[in-house]
Design a binder for this molecule. Structure first.
Ligand code: ATP
Ligand code: 9VF
Ligand code: MG
Length: 450
């Protein structure tokens, strides 16, 4: 596309750099990666920005306006004049002045004498906000979490995060019109704040909130402190820690731990009674070699019941914890990549009473409250559903079921499958399940783009 030149091209042809404060610098050298350009100015500053023709830096360079020339760069008049005269424009390119959509609101905060510094800090905040908007996605739009760390050392330390409610709002003359609380922050600012809130420490609809820049800065520094605290103390990821805790619990209860393949034969899905036209079948991620990413642990556990049933004493108790995959559309309680624990017992003692007792001990150990409900599912028929409010933590089953025949299982059994991220969501009261999932955006519930 014959469009505006990449920032790199502008820098190369023109040999100068304009700082955010519109100070003109000489370019000593620069490096480019696939997305970024790093400029080394003659005065020794190093600036890394997006190598984009649409960036603010590129626009500034095209406009050829500067406020002052850097004293330390010792720019020659010739270099300055060439910049002003726009000599770097390449006649071979048609420059299209397309309207650039603003992705973040321009900062207007100016406080007394320090106005330049505030403006500059403000614009870096705006950039962060824009970056956040592109990455937060669904999670941030729906979140406003209340985290109640309990026993775990790696729990997000956010229960007591407080922001002074008394921070005065200083409206500028223009802003003096009373705005409703909802309009205090723009939608993108709100998204950014929601992402930064781990708990319901602040009600974003409350009327007495500080300006965006102030609240954002405060939250960013709290979240940084919490991450550093994790780094200095526990260093444990909450999902991995939960897996370890659950393994330890089940092993102590006499269950043997299994680790099987995440890629399984597609036939196992059919063998579980999930026909092609059934909803769950449509949720399966298939690969082109007749395999699929397991949507559940049950098929391989069935095979283990059959094989270990011939080897181990009765009752046989087994469990597996690991990633499962389902194509999902519903956001705040469903992940496409989640972690399941499925424990089951075969032989002696496989009663509903024992199943409920085991589930009670399990959830008491994890510190999660629950209610038991009866439900129906297409795979097993009647299930014992374990709920935390409206959130299904587990479907549990009292066998035998007719499908057992297909798997060579001929003894009674009980079993339950729990989603680990749902357990974290329940325990820490996350608004969105993503907070506790495998993610680059959240670490132990804390937003990582700080
Ligand atoms: P739902 O009805 O909530 O979609 P499900 O009944 O399809 O769940 P099961 O097949 O019973 O789920 O799986 C056992 C457990 O695995 C669920 O109770 C839940 O804790 C967890 N789980 C299932 N699907 C997901 C998912 N997409 N994301 C996170 N956890 C899940
Ligand atoms: C209950 C949840 C198939 C006899 C080895 C054990 C169970 C678990 C239901 C899971 C599923 N069933 N996602 O069976 O423990 O399979 O739908 Si077994
Ligand atoms: Mg279920």
């Amino acid at each position: 596309m014959a469009d505006r030149p990449m920032l790199e091209r502008l820098v190369k042809l023109n040999d100068v750099w304009l700082s955010r404060k519109d100070v003109l610098h000489g370019v000593q050298r620069y490096e480019v990666s696939t997305k970024k350009i790093r400029i080394h100015t003659d005065c020794g500053e190093v600036i890394t920005v997006n190598n984009s023709r649409r960036s603010a830096s590129a626009r500034a360079l095209r406009n050829s306006k500067y406020r002052k020339v850097c004293k330390h760069c010792k720019l020659s008049d010739e270099r300055i004049n060439r910049f002003v005269a726009k000599d770097f424009y390449d006649p071979g390119i048609t420059y299209v002045e397309a309207t650039v959509k603003k992705s973040a609101p321009k900062k207007v905060m100016k406080k007394g004498a320090g106005s330049t510094a505030v403006t500059s800090a403000g614009s870096s905040t705006a950039q962060q906000t824009a970056a956040a908007n592109s990455t937060v996605q669904q999670a941030a739009t729906t979140e406003n979490n209340a985290v109640q760390p309990q026993t775990s050392a790696s729990a997000p330390a956010a229960a007591s995060v407080s922001v002074p409610a008394t921070t005065p709002i200083q409206p500028t003359a223009k802003e003096n019109v009373t705005v409703s609380a909802n309009e205090k922050y723009s939608p993108s600012q709100r998204k950014r704040l929601e992402a930064l809130l781990v708990s319901d420490e602040i009600d974003l609809d409350s009327p007495d909130l500080p300006p965006f820049e102030e609240l954002e800065a405060e939250l960013v520094s709290k979240r940084k402190a919490e991450l550093v605290d994790i780094y200095e103390n526990s260093r444990e990821h909450m999902l991995a820690k939960l897996e370890r805790d659950i393994s330890a619990f089940l092993i102590s209860k006499g269950f043997i731990e299994i680790k099987s393949s995440i890629l399984i034969p597609e036939e196992y899905i059919i063998k579980m009674g999930i026909d092609k036209d059934v909803e769950l079948s449509k949720q399966v991620f298939r690969t082109d070699d007749g395999k699929c990413l397991r949507p559940m642990l049950a098929p391989v556990l069935y095979n283990y019941l059959h094989r270990f049933g011939k080897v181990m004493p009765d009752p046989l108790k087994i469990f597996e914890i690991g990633p499962c995959y389902r194509k999902e559309s519903d956001g705040s309680s469903h992940l496409e990549e989640f972690t399941m624990v499925n424990f089951c017992q075969m032989g002696e003692g496989c009663t509903r009473e024992n199943l409920v007792q085991l589930i009670d001990e399990f959830l008491t150990y994890l510190g999660i409250s629950y209610e038991i409900e009866g439900d129906e599912c297409m795979v097993y028929g009647a299930t014992v559903d374990v709920m935390h409010g409206d959130l299904e933590l587990s479907s549990a089953v009292v066998g035998p079921v007719p499908m057992d025949m297909d798997w060579g299982v001929d003894k009674p059994w009980i079993g339950a499958g729990f989603g680990l991220e749902r357990l974290l969501k329940a325990k820490y009261n996350f608004k969105n399940i993503k907070r506790g999932s495998r993610s680059e955006f959240y670490y132990n519930g804390i937003y990582t783009n700080l």
